[in-house]
Design a protein around this ligand. Sequence first.
Ligand code: ADP
Ligand code: MG
Length: 329
Amino acid sequence: MLKPALLFILALVTTFNLHAAQQPYKRTLKLMGSRFDITVVADNEAQGEAYIDWAVGEITRIEKLISSWDPNSQTSAINANAGKKPVKVDRELIELIQRAIAISKLTDGAFDISYASMDKIWKFDGSMTAMPDAQTITNSVEKVGFQNIVIDSEASTVFLKKEGMKIGFGAIGKGYAADKAKQLLIEKGVSAGIINASGDMNTWGKQTNGNPWKVAITNPLDKNKVFALLPIVNSAVVTSGDYEKYVTFNGTRYAHIIDPRTGYPATGIISATVFAPKAELADALATSVFVIGIEVGLNRINQLPGIECIIVDDQGNIHKSDHIEIEKP
Ligand code: ADP
Ligand code: MG
């Protein structure tokens, strides 16, 4: 017969062992047109794979709702009925659009999901030989304007007032999907993980060694140089800006993110990294900072509690918001 005390110790050891056996499991796959790396902490491989399947299911579900490429998505139905009639959609989509409009208001229209209505006059694949003329640029944003997205919350409908108007979730969708996948896994009892959508990181819990998840911030001008290593504790970090996608005219470098108010591409910034409790907000703000520029961008970010930002300008200089602490790698 085992003594109760011994039994207790045995139980403790068993619990400890079970815990020690937890391992990270990772899967890389293409979702929403981007590379996703999903990492979860689990007791064994079968459990890890099952957890990852849940995350993939959730991201796929959201992609079906918000994709503008899928002609059967609710988003495509809204776009197809622009200037014609309101379209009834899921509550979830209404709320996502409402939050996107709130960010438009916060950024004076620099962020605008109706950017998708722009004429595609800029190409960033090296094929452009001359800058479009001023009139063409002005005309290209004629149909853009979040003020013309009409939501009837009670009827759960969305109406785009202008014919030819479109909305797109390119700057917020990946973040939203990552938040939802994370939320689902937390509800299912998964203790820790990372949803990494092409470098946009969203974490919860800790690494199996007890340390927080860390993200390396590289200088986009020199991908081999990590200039900061930051712990990401139950929060998200999103970087905007593809340093390879730009076009140069008269010595000015134009980035692939276009100011929806003017039709001109953003200038001066190579990358904007935003830290926030939620990936959706980080995603939207990273794109916004790109458009509003270094000074206004940092100013806005400094006014938002719990949100920080690192900007690399086109000279390779690094600019930070007020409360960010960088741990040297
Ligand atoms: P990345 O291309 O690195 O993912 P972002 O997260 O900033 O960069 O998203 C850029 C995408 O956001 C564009 O490809 C486009 O789909 C969309 N977009 C571009 N400009 C705007 C804008 N001003 N407001 C909202 N969405 C935008
Ligand atoms: Mg973004």
